[in-house]
Design a binder for this molecule. Structure first.
Ligand SMILES: Nc1ncnc2c1ncn2[C@@H]1O[C@H](COP(=O)(O)OP(=O)(O)OP(=O)(O)O)[C@@H](O)[C@H]1O
Length: 319
């Protein structure tokens, strides 16, 4: 694999407490990588180290063949877009995007700002104040501001989390389009598995300061490498497999409800639009199942037969 950005044995700590422990990751040029994991797993800490805002305790960061571990943030050619867009409220959209270019006294300022605004579809908004823009538009200004600096890597920390559901979908497509058109290598942080699956070329699932699995969205979705990843992508019933000593995991839709060799009691039921979700207490443990919304509803307290078909489970080395 041709590595463009590589993190080698990276250990990151705040004072005495280690937040990321000997992390290894190689990213190709032009890739769109998602760092996915629950709160506190070390995603933001990893991004801060790549940006140069946190000096590693040990390990190496290489970008485009160069060791940048001790290079100052402003010389790294790494762009950073925060979750709060941090635009300057008193500057116009144009001046916000021009800010970094002016600091560096770069040539062709007006043309480059115009190109940046065109890339994010905001050519007509150059004279507006940030306050006169929607959240999604502000986010796109922040993106343009980073892009005009021609970074080798663009880091995005929860870029969509402040947007409402509809805008988030729009910005997902926008980010993908910008990435395709500019070819810039992007690493973004999210705790939303749907976002990671929809956007990323590869997903890095993190847990407790370490990498749990790296794979394409398809691999993570269909072949989770551990119980932790399986649970994260919706395999909500994970039971020991006496045949192999490992474990088996099922998504709710893979559980047959109404017939089968097992029996359980419905503890909870909820309507989710296209389907109904059930939580069952069973001698095997808690089982989560769903049925199409068109199927007759089952009441809490009812006893129901069910099956856990082996052929619809994923196999895990351990639960
Ligand atoms: N400034 C800090 N000082 C001390 N500890 C910190 C600091 N920032 C983060 N941590 C700790 O480092 C660990 C990793 O935090 P980090 O912010 O990287 O997690 P995260 O995966 O980005 O979480 P979130 O999704 O909540 O942003 C956590 O245990 C956190 O408490």
């Amino acid at each position: 694999m041709s590595e463009f950005l590589s993190l080698e044995d990276l250990t990151l700590a705040y004072g005495g407490s280690v937040a990321v422990d000997r992390l290894n990751l190689a990213i190709r040029q032009g890739e769109l990588i998602a760092l996915l994991g629950p709160s506190g797993c070390g995603k933001t800490t990893t991004m801060r180290a790549i940006a140069g805002l946190l000096a590693p305790r040990s390990g190496t960061i290489r970008l485009d063949g160069k060791d940048i571990t001790r290079v100052a943030p402003s010389r790294r050619e790494v762009g950073l877009v925060f979750q709060s867009y941090a635009l300057f409220p008193h500057l116009s959209v144009f001046e916000n995007v021009a800010f970094g270019l002016r600091l560096r006294k770069e040539p062709d300022l007006a043309a480059r700002v115009a190109e940046g605004l065109a890339t994010v579809g905001l050519s007509d908004f150059a004279d507006r104040a940030p306050a006169a823009l929607s959240g999604g538009q502000q986010q796109r200004v922040a993106l343009a501001r980073s892009l005009v600096m021609n970074p080798k890597v663009l880091l995005l920390d929860e870029p969509l989390s402040n947007l409402d559901a509809r805008l988030r979908l729009e910005m997902r497509m926008e980010l993908q389009r910008v990435q395709r058109e500019t070819g810039v290598t992007m690493v973004f942080v999210t705790h939303d598995q749907a976002e990671a699956l929809a956007l990323a070329d590869r997903i890095v699932v993190m847990r407790g300061g370490a990498i749990e699995q790296v794979g394409t969205p398809e691999q993570i979705w269909t072949e989770p490498a551990s119980g932790f990843v399986a649970d994260f992508v919706g395999f909500e019933t994970i039971l020991p497999d006496p045949e192999t000593g490992g474990a088996l995991a099922w998504r709710p839709a893979a559980v047959t409800l109404g017939s089968g060799p097992h029996s359980g009691v419905i503890r909870g039921a909820s309507f989710a639009g296209a389907h109904r979700e059930y939580v069952l207490d069973t001698p095997l443990g808690v089982v989560k199942a769903e049925t199409p919304a068109s199927a007759p509803p089952l009441a809490p307290g009812a006893e129901v037969a069910f099956d856990l078909p082996r052929e619809r489970a994923v196999r895990l080395a351990s639960a």
